[in-house]
Design a protein around this ligand. Sequence first.
Ligand SMILES: *Cc1c(COP(=O)(O)O)cnc(C)c1O
Length: 388
Amino acid sequence: MTSQDIANIESRFDSGAYAMRRIALVRGMGEMLYDADGKEYIDCISSHGSSNLGHCHPRVIEAIRKQSEAMISCPKTFYNDRSAALKEALSSVAPTSLRNIFLSNSGTEAVESAMKLARSVSGGKKNFISAIGAFHGRTQGALSLTWNKKYKEFCEPLVPGVKYVRFGDAAALAQAIDENTAAVFLEPIQGETGVRMPPEGYLREVRELCTSKGVLLALDEIQTGMGRTGLMFECMREKVTPDIMCIAKSLAAGLPIGAMLAREDLRFKPKEHGSTFGDNPLVCAAGAATIHAIVDEGLLERAEKEGARLMQNLKELEGKGKVTQVRGRGMMIGVELADAPGKYVNAAIEKGLLVFPAGETVIRVYPPLVARREVLDRAAGILGEVLA
Ligand SMILES: *Cc1c(COP(=O)(O)O)cnc(C)c1O
């Protein structure tokens, strides 16, 4: 079947939710993807940040293969060896105080878990603070913390009691916190709105503020985490430990998973929360393999070093053509344009480079952390041609 054949079938069942490209991807290896017609692409989308390990990493394949022969599903009220292994691996790379781990199936569910936990443990305080520009997911709870009106206005009323403050402005946050605030939700770097970075020291100030006012700090590391920025979690840059941390995307190398990690004294009461597929052994096996691969293969250092080189190459485009600024950390890179990104993204894809838009004016460049230097150099070259 050709890409067009596949696109024709899929479009017969279109939900309307996505603006689809008429390209069918069928195979991947490392940082390369191939469509049904055999055309090769450099992957700088990483499945929206969920394949930091690249495609078909041998350790992940082996973990999935082995576990698929042992046990694929496990009733949630029984312990399981793969779930145990993932939690040990996760706690070995996360801040040590976050020892309540609740596993679900997506980022938005990790945020839902955090919202519910915050309400459960906050002694009657029910309200949340989020940031202008924030993205925390698309279920109706998480959506209440998401800023973009296009994503949510049509399905209001959502969860009440959410205030939005300017991202990066600790004084505005101090003003907004009141006696009904249960938790503050923040991304360490805003991804969906266009790789927006707060000023240095912001997270540390927010941490001190939340501590002094007795409010929980919930960090959404769904996009920044698992090595994307060159650290396992971006909050570690300022040595900030949140009370609750949400992760997902690359945690199981692209298999569906979400995790909420919370301080060990913050716990649900029985029956307050649950998930049929949470702690799925197949997914957990992939998750543990992912964490071990990131650590053993030095992928954090790679993300930092090769990401800095890629950033440097892209920075040469600043002030040329439509490029106004290139920013980011590690392999989380945003190219800000004085124009809408759509046609440049299309042109890059035409030339065999997959990148994706963010916000109104940004192109995101998110290669897998395993990407080879010469391929990243080629990616920068293609972007240069397209944006010149
Ligand atoms: C992707 C993302 C989510 C939502 O994750 P899903 O798995 O798509 O539900 C939430 N927060 C951030 C910061 C994200 O990047």
